[in-house]
Design a protein around this ligand. Structure first.
Ligand code: PEP
Ligand code: MN
Length: 351
């Protein structure tokens, strides 16, 4: 990180940027009201910090040894206001620094009428963002793979319905993109791009999605540490896209006996991530528990832990859903979850 003096000139700044680029790195330049900070992006060991420290206009040059420095609070001290949390804007919804945002919808888009009905009902229940999977990551190739499995045409049709439903009920939309080849197509239709748990480690996908310059929802892999989640989100930030929302969705349960939940919801991740980074973090009580009866208590617990939002799977008739029926709540159940979470948030905020 290179901190420039308050009286550094534009030429001084450019000289430092050139020095960084000559070493094969990129430079992230942040011009604050009082000073400019330059963050080298790439392998910092290739930089001669001692020499950079002697250049005109440089106050301080030092290596930040963190795999997620661009999204860290330590770095944000220089790049934003001290302690500032980021608010990510999806369509006209502000996520972060306020009441938890509710993302809801079906696990998978199954048909136009199914999606339209769920969209209307989740909106009525208080959701602000509509979700719906076009490409489903499934353990069995013999199960329903999402309408996107029919190729680009099937995918585009389902994406059109998603956009149509979002427009009809005034909600921005989010869907998962599973492969690089679909990134551009998905980006044409959605307000936020979602990278699922299984793909958290796919650097090429992260970079391709980041380059669409849309907000990115990155879910934690079920075997990933918090540090890995943060480190892989850095691939998005390193492309200059810091509109990242992190999502805790449960990790692999321990031990041999019955664990009673689909995954283990690591709620401590919420305050830990808030401590480490300025990025907003949401919780997915649906995939983490796999159980309809646990969505209400775990949503409340997530809000109490400081979550900036929730992502909840909803169906008007969960028994009919082609994917993840056991964890779906009905629109009425969603409404009571949203009401409880809003009341709880007001209490948590006050205290
Ligand atoms: C999803 O949100 O549709 C999903 C498949 O979740 P995850 O990637 O967390 O399993
Ligand atoms: Mn699902």
């Amino acid at each position: 990180m290179i901190i420039m003096k308050t009286d550094a000139t534009e030429e001084d700044i450019q000289r430092v940027v050139e020095e960084i680029e000559r070493s094969g790195l990129r430079a992230d330049v942040s011009r604050g009201e009082y000073m400019t900070v330059i963050g080298p992006v790439g392998d910092e060991r290739r930089l001669a910090f001692d020499r950079i420290a002697t250049l005109a206009g440089v106050k301080e040059a030092s290596m930040v040894e963190s795999p997620y420095k661009l999204i860290s609070r330590q770095y944000a001290r220089f790049f934003g206001e001290p302690g500032a949390n980021r608010t990510v804007i999806i369509g006209d919804v502000h996520l972060g620094n306020g009441e938890p945002v509710i993302i809801a919808g079906p696990c998978a888009i199954e048909s136009r009428p199914q999606l339209m009905r769920i969209a209307e009902e989740v909106k009525g229940a208080g959701a602000q963002i509509l979700r719906g999977g076009v490409f489903k990551p499934r353990s069995s190739v013999h199960s329903f793979q999402g309408l996107g499995a029919a190729g680009a045409e099937g995918a585009e049709e389902a994406l059109c319905w998603l956009k149509e439903a979002g427009d009809a009920f005034d909600m921005p939309v989010v869907t998962e993109v599973r492969g690089e080849s679909m990134v551009e197509l998905v980006a044409r239709y959605v307000d936020m791009m979602h990278i699922g748990a299984r793909n958290m480690y796919d650097q090429d996908l992260l970079v391709a999605v980041a380059r669409q310059r849309k907000p990115v929802l990155l879910k934690r892999h079920f075997g990933a540490s918090i540090e890995e989640l943060l480190s892989f989100s850095e691939y998005v930030a390193a492309e200059g896209n810091k509109d990242i929302i992190l999502c805790e969705r449960g990790i692999v349960p321990m031990g041999k006996g019955k664990s009673f939940t689909r995954y283990t919801l690591d709620l401590a991740a919420v305050p830990v991530i808030h401590d480490e980074t300025y990025l907003p973090v949401i919780v997915d009580p649906s995939h983490s528990t796999g159980r309809r009866d646990l969505i209400y208590p775990m949503s409340c617990a997530a809000v109490a832990a400081g979550a900036d939002g929730l992502m909840i799977e909803v169906h008007y008739d969960p028994s009919e859903a082609l994917v993840d029926g056991p964890q779906m709540v009905t629109p009425d159940e969603l409404r009571s979850i949203v009401d409880a979470c809003r009341r709880l948030y007001a209490t948590v905020k006050k205290s």
